[in-house]
Design a protein around this ligand. Structure first.
Ligand SMILES: *[C@@H]1O[C@H](CO)[C@@H](O)[C@H](O)[C@H]1NC(C)=O
Ligand SMILES: *[C@@H]1O[C@H](CO)[C@@H](O)[C@H](O)[C@H]1NC(C)=O
Ligand SMILES: [Ca+2]
Ligand SMILES: [Ca+2]
Length: 577
């Protein structure tokens, strides 16, 4: 057949049906983040554990999520609750054993839920064998960390090598007499940075990745990736240079934001390492055809974030986390600001990559607290129905709120390091880490202990999974319906457009092969009558598919596209009929 004959034919076919590429497991699933310490305590010591997760994997299945990423479960002295790892190849006792983890994997496998682990490459622990060996002068391990000579000031007192500040406040350098030098810790003192300019460290950490992949995990969420490399000090006469002041007037001189981190974050070598890790993941894909995933944690500009995807030649992370819903907007944001934030990732991402949507995690206040309890369903509609991968932090499906944790009960170093019994809560991450609320029993069904590692949030008696399962209208049921909707090709393949109908009402359309959905979210407690025929092909009648719990409308109800009444804080998923 001649080309001039085929081309118009292909064009015609294209008009009828958009091509539906077969999607991989990670492209369509919902990733559910479990913070193991707070999910479920199986043995009554007040701390969540692996067996607690295994016993409750069916809950994830009920939600419809296909993958879970677990915050760190590895051996750790817990100065930063598991993000200070002392043995990357073993499980922390209070969470269980390697055998418990293998049982968890087996159960997850049965249920077809993928397990993604937290990979914390930037630092180890000051109480690890590696660090202890370094202190003993063992050359191999000394070079696992970043050491620098101090500076003697005009009073003859030894001071840190330069002005670098830790993410958790104060100097990023800690002196060790055994070595006679300072070591770098971009996070707490107990988290010595690993030296990625040492090829042995690079190999060791690749072996950590291989170790857990061999066990059967489906990939990694990579922690604090921006901090991986520091500048090459050989370019600066062998000494790490001071970082410039940020000029941020709200930052006190001990706080991280006081400096502009041009030498300790987003270094070119960091992106290269991400691409190298992807090669390790792909070694495993070559064996069995099954993709292992990488998600990277970086609160960076969109331009920098996109570099984690790859550089055009080499592949990187499938999911550089998109944090706009955390860092750019909150309950005070207007519909225009919401639209602007959501467009950011979509605008900058390479055309052949998928977006991802994250509204909450263990480091940030909960959606109900940052936005409003009334907007829980609306935000879940955004996270689950925008094009791309959805990520849910445990508890956001039921609209958990930040718990109150007193100064006495505060354990997060980010809170404790403020030394401020009044304002600590602004820095503490404990409120979003309080125990998961299963039911109205003691400790919300999380634990039978008399004291749990963090107190259970107030109000759990009515805000919990069991209560929400038992009523027709609940955040939980809205969430499950939204997850089911994601399976429709309109949400898998469909195009996207959005608009601020006014400052209070954000709306978006998803469409594919003649099917049109409109999602509308009222950000304020104010009623409106809106005309949704603004959207092309949205005319005539609209059927309510999902309505937020405070909505007076129910599924199946039919509305007129030209004049939709929307009440305060109402969110709706509508389909053109
Ligand atoms: C490790 O660092 C922590 C601070 O994060 C400190 O409390 C602890 O004493 C250190 N351990 C050792 C053995 O130096
Ligand atoms: C919304 O407004 C109504 C009527 O003014 C009021 O009764 C209700 O408490 C408000 N809801 C919220 C969450 O502010
Ligand atoms: Ca336990
Ligand atoms: Ca580092």
């Amino acid at each position: 057949m001649k080309l001039y004959f085929i081309l118009p034919l292909l064009f015609l076919l294209g008009q009828v049906q958009c091509q539906e590429r077969e999607l991989e497991w990670w492209e369509t699933t919902v990733f559910y983040q479990i913070y193991p310490r707070s999910f479920k305590d199986s043995d009554g010591d007040g701390i969540g554990d692996l067996n607690g997760i295994t016993e409750n994997l069916e809950y994830l299945k009920e939600l419809g999520v296909g993958a879970t990423w677990l915050s760190p479960i590895f051996k750790s002295p817990m100065y930063d609750f598991g993000y200070d790892i002392s043995d990357f190849y073993d499980i922390q006792d209070e969470y269980g054993t390697i055998e418990d983890f293998e049982r968890l994997l087996a159960k997850a496998n049965e249920l077809d839920i993928k397990i993604v682990l937290d990979f914390v490459p930037n630092h180890g622990s000051n109480e690890s064998v590696w660090f202890e060996e370094a202190l003993r002068g063992h050359e191999k391990y000394l070079d696992y960390f970043v050491w620098e000579d101090g500076v003697v000031d005009e009073n003859g007192v030894l001071q840190p090598p330069n002005n670098w500040i830790s993410v958790f406040r104060k100097s990023a350098w800690e002196y060790r007499e055994e070595v006679g030098k300072y070591y770098l810790h971009q996070f707490v003192i107990g988290q010595p940075d690993l030296n990625y300019r040492n090829p042995e460290v690079v190999n060791e950490m690749k072996n950590v990745i291989r170790f857990w992949l061999e066990k059967g995990v489906a990939g990694f969420r990579v922690d604090a990736i921006t901090h991986l490399f520091e500048v090459d000090k050989e370019l600066y006469g062998g000494k790490y240079p001071d970082e410039p002041l940020s000029g941020d007037l709200n930052a006190d001189p001990l706080s991280y934001n006081y400096l502009r981190h041009i030498y300790t974050s987003d270094q070119d070598e960091t992106f290269d390492m991400v691409y190298q890790w992807r090669e390790v993941l792909d070694e495993f894909k070559e064996r069995d055809g099954f993709s292992r995933v990488m998600m990277t944690e970086a609160y960076s500009s969109p331009q920098v974030t996109m570099r984690y995807f790859g550089d055009g030649e080499r592949e990187g992370a499938q999911m550089p986390f998109n944090f706009v819903l955390i860092s750019d907007v909150n309950g005070d944001s207007t519909a225009e600001e919401i639209k602007y934030a959501l467009d950011k990732f979509l605008t900058f991402k390479p055309i052949n990559k998928l977006a991802n949507w994250v509204a909450g995690n263990h480091d940030n206040n909960r959606v109900a607290s940052r936005f409003s309890p009334e907007l829980v369903d609306g935000i879940n509609m955004i996270v689950l129905l925008l094009p791309g991968i959805a990520v849910t932090y445990m508890g956001e499906e039921i609209g958990m709120v930040d718990g109150f944790v007193s100064w006495e009960d505060t354990v997060d170093p980010s809170g404790c390091n403020t030394d401020d019994p009044i304002n600590y809560w602004t820095a503490s991450r404990d409120p979003e880490r309080t125990p998961f609320q299963w039911n109205s029993d003691k400790n919300a069904g999380f634990s039978t202990a008399d004291k749990t590692w963090l107190p259970v949030a107030d109000g759990y008696e009515t805000l919990n999974v069991e209560v929400q399962k038992g009523v027709e209208r609940s955040h939980l049921n809205v969430y499950k319906t939204l997850v089911l909707l994601r399976a429709e090709s309109t949400f898998r393949y469909g195009r996207y457009e959005s608009v601020a109908l006014n400052s209070d009402i954000f709306a978006f359309r998803r469409w594919h092969n003649g099917v049109n959905y409109v999602i509308i979210i009222n950000l304020r407690n104010k009623s409106y009558n809106v005309d949704l025929t603004y959207f092309e092909n949205v005319v005539g009648n609209l059927e309510v598919v999902v309505s937020s719990i405070q909505s007076p409308k129910t599924a199946g109800q039919v509305l007129e596209a030209g004049a939709v009444d929307i009440t305060g804080y109402e969110s709706l998923v509508l389909r053109v009929v």
